[in-house]
Ligand binder design. Structure first.
Ligand SMILES: [Fe+2]
Length: 282
């Protein structure tokens, strides 16, 4: 029997997020921040700077002029896209690996996370939310707990699956029952250890709406819905498959029309390809 302490201790086995990632996350939550602030922060990280310049100078953009500084890169790509790149580079090492416990091959959790993030942001935009970058980041990192928990899920898979297959548990509830902690709760602990904002911690630890509240915050509900859409599209579906609860009222309360949701889903493929192309250049 694995103790919760033993699981929590494994958080330190994660690749730490580059310092620049946290600083950029703080920056985007400050409405007074400027392009220069972003350039200064990114400029401190040589590897990241090199990656961003490489993306800009890649054939994908076909610029006729060499981009030589982060400032120029921000002008060409725009602040939002540079922020996305910083966050995705930061998260990729943990998410890109294979996660056997969830039957996810190399790159699958990454694709799932990026897809959720893109969908969450598009949903946020439809609602006119002003914190779309926070929602994007929270959706990108919501399953970070899986990276740690997967080895324990693998060891206890038979017991977890028994509860899911025969006793009506959701996969998350079965994780909690068998291991004492589930991937959302564990993700919240990771987010706290990494000094994320309380808003981020809240979304990550409650992204399956596991807490006993009827009305989660709107940002959490958006990330939850983005996750549902991903699962319905079959992205990142591993051993936990579709075994999560559907909270109809929460989805209804967000107030999306069928047309809105249709547009978000229809636009997703092109947006994902754009992001994938960007990341591949690096
Ligand atoms: Fe999850």
């Amino acid at each position: 029997m694995t103790s919760i302490d033993a699981i929590v201790k494994q958080i330190k086995q994660l690749e730490p997020l580059p310092q620049v990632t946290n600083r950029v996350m703080e920056l985007v939550q400050d409405s007074r921040s400027s392009m220069n602030d972003l350039a200064k922060i990114v400029g401190f990280d040589q590897a990241l700077t090199a990656n961003i310049l490489k993306v800009c100078n890649s054939a994908y953009f076909g610029l006729n002029k060499q981009v030589e500084s982060v400032q120029q890169a921000i002008v060409y790509l725009g602040m939002d896209q540079v922020v996305d790149l910083v966050l995705m580079f930061g998260a990729s090492r943990n998410l890109n690996a294979q996660h056997k416990g969830y039957d996810l091959g190399a790159g699958e959790l990454w694709k799932y996370s990026v897809s959720s993030a893109i969908l969450a942001r598009e949903l946020a935009l439809k609602l006119g939310a002003d914190n779309k970058q926070l929602i994007f980041t929270a959706a990108l990192l919501k399953d970070i707990g899986k990276v740690v928990l997967q080895q324990f899920v693998a060891e206890s898979f038979r017991d977890i699956n028994e509860l899911v297959a025969h006793q009506g548990y959701s996969f998350r509830e079965a994780e909690k029952e068998i291991l004492g902690i589930d991937h959302a709760e564990l993700g919240g602990l990771v987010a706290k250890q990494w000094n994320f904002s309380s808003a981020m911690v809240e979304i990550i630890e409650n992204h399956h709406l596991s807490r006993d509240v009827d009305v989660p915050g709107r940002d959490t509900a958006i990330v939850y819905l983005a996750d549902l859409i991903c699962m319905m599209m079959g992205i990142g579906v591993g051993s936990d498959g579709l075994a999560y609860r559907f909270h109809k009222k929460v989805v209804d309360d967000l107030g999306f029309s069928t047309k809105d949701l249709g547009e978000v889903i229809a636009g997703f493929g092109a947006k994902y390809e754009e992001v994938e192309a960007l990341v591949k250049q690096s």
